[in-house]
Design a protein around this ligand. Sequence first.
Ligand SMILES: Nc1ncnc2c1ncn2[C@@H]1O[C@H](COP(=O)(O)OP(=O)(O)OP(=O)(O)O)[C@@H](O)[C@H]1O
Ligand SMILES: [Mg+2]
Length: 453
Amino acid sequence: MPESSYIPWIIKYRPKSLSDYINQEEAKTILLNWLKAWDKGSPAKKAVLLYGPPGVGKTSLVEAISKEMNCEVIETNASDFRRREDIEKRIKPAATKMSLSGKKRLILIDEVDGLSGTADKGGIETMLELTSITKHPIIMTANNPFHPDLKPLRDASLLIELKKLNQRDVVKLLKGICEKEKIFCEDEALKIIHTKNEGDLRASINDLQNLGLSFGKVTASLVNELIYYRDREVNPFDTLRNIFTSKYAWQSKLAVSHSQVDIDTLIEWLSENIPVQLTEPEDMYLAFQALSRADIYRGRMKRTQNYDLLSYISEMVGPAISLSRKKTKFKWIKYEFPKKIRMMSETKKARESLNKAAAKIAKVTHCSRETVKSEYIPMLRALYKVNKTLATQIMEGLKLEEDEIKVIVGKSKESTENTEPSSTGPMKAEESLRKFETSTKKMGTRARKKRSL
Ligand SMILES: Nc1ncnc2c1ncn2[C@@H]1O[C@H](COP(=O)(O)OP(=O)(O)OP(=O)(O)O)[C@@H](O)[C@H]1O
Ligand SMILES: [Mg+2]
């Protein structure tokens, strides 16, 4: 894969200028006018609070506008500077001193909603103070600016909303990326990506890259099969990326709790991808150690039905794995689908047929489906090898359907013969045959008795 493929497309295709930035005309105009007003002295409100749902284009708009106006951007993330001391040390000097280059300066403080909450005492007050003493325009971004804690900042700022782009715009943008990447795509597939991501452009571009690079094409059937709805939760590709890039424990905890997949599936994804992402042996060792501990706890939780253990498992698959990355530099990579999940989905049909057959035989023989799977089915399989007619007669007598018979005798395309842990050898099969004959005889006697009553 060429080195350029490792660059996340959300970075590669970030708007380079305001003309690349699609739509959002109202927000663009208000922001441009406010920035131009600074040329005539500081305006009444020295800060803008740009808000809208995740991935809608807040940060990109500020970056595009600053390029257009040739401004120097001092960019910080409020999640990294949440305490009074941090803001005073890192952001205040940039906001209150003139730029050495003489260029216009713009202070971008991303994700100020991270400042709300009791743990960040002092952060909001310091930001508020900054909005009155700043010598440069301050633009803050937030997903949800309506948290009660943010009221003072809201009052001190000019509020600008970014709305989700419509389907036509998103499809056009995604199509443009596919053309540049020389990846075949179906319009229908792009429409479904837009719908599934509910207007989150970052998520849509990420999904496009995941499919485009994994399969070399983006078709409606692939999107339907592999991209999850993002109404509440995040797909496993992004969950993994969020876990591996988290700097703080709380970030990776969020990544786990927002994950679309359950803990069992997430463990499979991590187990497949830890060695792909964490290439430094020490990091890989630490991450696998955390994962194996999570797996032990998962086993205990299932055995004891003590679901309190779940919170420890989340800690181990989230923060413990994030913090294992000490030496490996983060690199955008194509994550692999877990082999086990792939195999399970390939054999899904066969397993369903096998379960249906087991249920029918269990009813007749009065034993559990598990016993049928571990004893009677291997016996029928063995019998079929030595006496096809008898085995077929028995299976037809049991009213098994064609797909069920096929999977038992191992003729199904996705036979479970090699994947079922309970497959037994011929010795056990003979023993099972005897048991089977006895129980079917008993059944026959019982049925005859019933008829004769
Ligand atoms: N109007 C647009 N035109 C072109 N590309 C856009 C537009 N809006 C967003 N994008 C693309 O979507 C991606 C996500 O945008 P961005 O990072 O600016 O979102 P955000 O609103 O800041 O998200 P968050 O709230 O999570 O920080 C960008 O990489 C950019 O490529
Ligand atoms: Mg942003």
